[in-house]
Design a protein around this ligand. Structure first.
Ligand SMILES: Cc1cc2nc3c(=O)[nH]c(=O)nc-3n(C[C@H](O)[C@H](O)[C@H](O)COP(=O)(O)OP(=O)(O)OC[C@H]3O[C@@H](n4cnc5c(N)ncnc54)[C@H](O)[C@@H]3O)c2cc1C
Length: 354
């Protein structure tokens, strides 16, 4: 009888693992939504909703075999995963890939409509406030500044520099690019969204420094929380670090566990959290599970990657953080900002790139 592998989380890591492993074991994929979405292209879908049709992919379109449980995992035992809707899923091997979480709709159609609504919000606003200057806030500001140059865009960021997950040179380059597009950036300030005074059709947002920003709408881009709180009362409660990441060994097994792995942003692998690394981890775990299922014990090792990230700035520009150099302008833009790796990601999932 084929071994039962349960994958919790249908984001980049979990979706790629399900795709690779579906011919080698009986897979159950557990995810609260019916679809996988390409996270780094979501901001483009807000300014160009047609993009949503390509980046929101039903799990069933790439994961044809095995079972799909559309619900959140709420707890685990040594042998089973329990979900919010009361489903009990037995496993021989468990892979946790729950990355980050945020409330998103359950169906693909609902998610695509959400992008259309966000696009309407942007189109009908003259002024837009973006709260948060991490990758999401910066990329959204870039998308709006390029596609809607007539709109006034403001970014308020609590930190001392934009893009704190990469180096200060990249922060500076992103800041000067945004300024060149007339985006107003306020650093070391926060916005209390409860203290917004609503005018007839414009809101006044007060910052912690006492500044007032007038904007028709705001978008909150403060990063999504890690999804490991559901493990705090389980057998893995001592396997979480102070940030809530799962401690893994070099084979990506939860430390001290023979049959439980973790991959993607949820792990404590010492590298910046990137989807491309999550895919690399999925490949190592797929290999390791194949070895274990066939009775072997020589497991592959995952090596933490050097810092590498590209932040897109609209459709043609970007800032790239590489291990020894920071680049900005058209070259990083050529690599990422045109198609945002959408065709490439779809192809890897066995889907037509367009
Ligand atoms: C603006 C932005 C730009 C980025 N650009 C790039 C880029 O250019 N290149 C790159 O490589 N990376 C990029 N990244 C990073 C990349 O998106 C993440 O590293 C990647 O999404 C991590 O994948 P993951 O599967 O670990 O987690 P996630 O993508 O967060 O997926 C987690 C999945 O688990 C599910 N889940 C959560 N809790 C539960 C639960 N209790 N039960 C069941 N399911 C659950 C969620 O619904 C979700 O489907 C970018 C990120 C952002 C925000």
């Amino acid at each position: 009888m084929s071994k039962k592998v349960v994958i919790v989380g249908g984001g980049v890591a979990g979706a790629f693992l399900a795709k690779i492993l579906q011919d080698h074991a009986h897979i159950t994929l557990i995810d609260p939504k019916e679809y996988f979405e390409i996270p780094w292209a979501c901001l483009r879908a807000m300014v160009e909703p047609a993009v949503a049709e390509r980046i929101v992919v039903n799990h069933r379109d790439y994961f044809k075999k095995g079972d799909l449980v559309t619900s959140s995992a709420v707890t685990i035992t040594e042998t089973e995963v329990f979900t919010e809707d009361g489903t009990q899923v037995p496993y021989d091997y468990l892979v946790i890939a729950t990355g980050h979480t945020e409330p998103v709709p359950k169906t693909r159609d609902e998610r695509i409509n959400q992008f259309k609504e966000e696009n309407e919000k942007i189109k009908s606003a003259k002024s837009i406030l973006i709260v948060g200057g991490g990758p999401t806030g910066v990329e959204l500001a870039g998308e709006i500044a390029v596609d809607f140059p007539e709109k006034k865009v403001s970014v308020v960021h609590r930190g001392t520099r934009l893009l704190e997950f990469i180096g200060p040179k990249a922060s500076k380059k992103a800041l000067s690019w945004l300024k060149s597009k007339n985006v107003e950036v306020k650093l070391e300030q926060s916005v209390d969204l409860n203290s917004v005074s609503e005018g007839s059709n414009i809101n006044a947002y007060r910052t912690s420094a006492g500044d007032s920003i007038e904007a028709d709408v705001h978008f909150l881009c403060i990063g999504k929380p890690l999804s490991s709180a559901w493990l705090r009362e389980t057998l893995l409660k001592d396997d979480l670090d102070g940030d809530g990441r799962i401690k893994v060994d070099e084979n990506l097994r939860v430390k001290g566990r023979n049959n439980i792995f973790a991959i993607g942003d949820i792990t404590d692998v010492p590298e910046i959290k990137q989807g491309v690394f999550a895919q690399g981890q999925a490949q190592v775990v797929a290999k390791n599970l194949k070895v274990l299922i066939s009775g072997g014990n020589k497991l592959g090792v995952y090596k933490a990657q050097g810092t590498m990230a590209i932040v897109s700035l609209g459709r043609k520009h970007g800032v790239a953080q590489l291990p020894f150099i920071t680049l900005s302008g058209r070259i990083p833009g050529l690599i990422k900002s045109g198609d945002l790796f959408v065709g490439q990601t779809r192809s890897k999932l066995g889907l037509p790139p367009k």
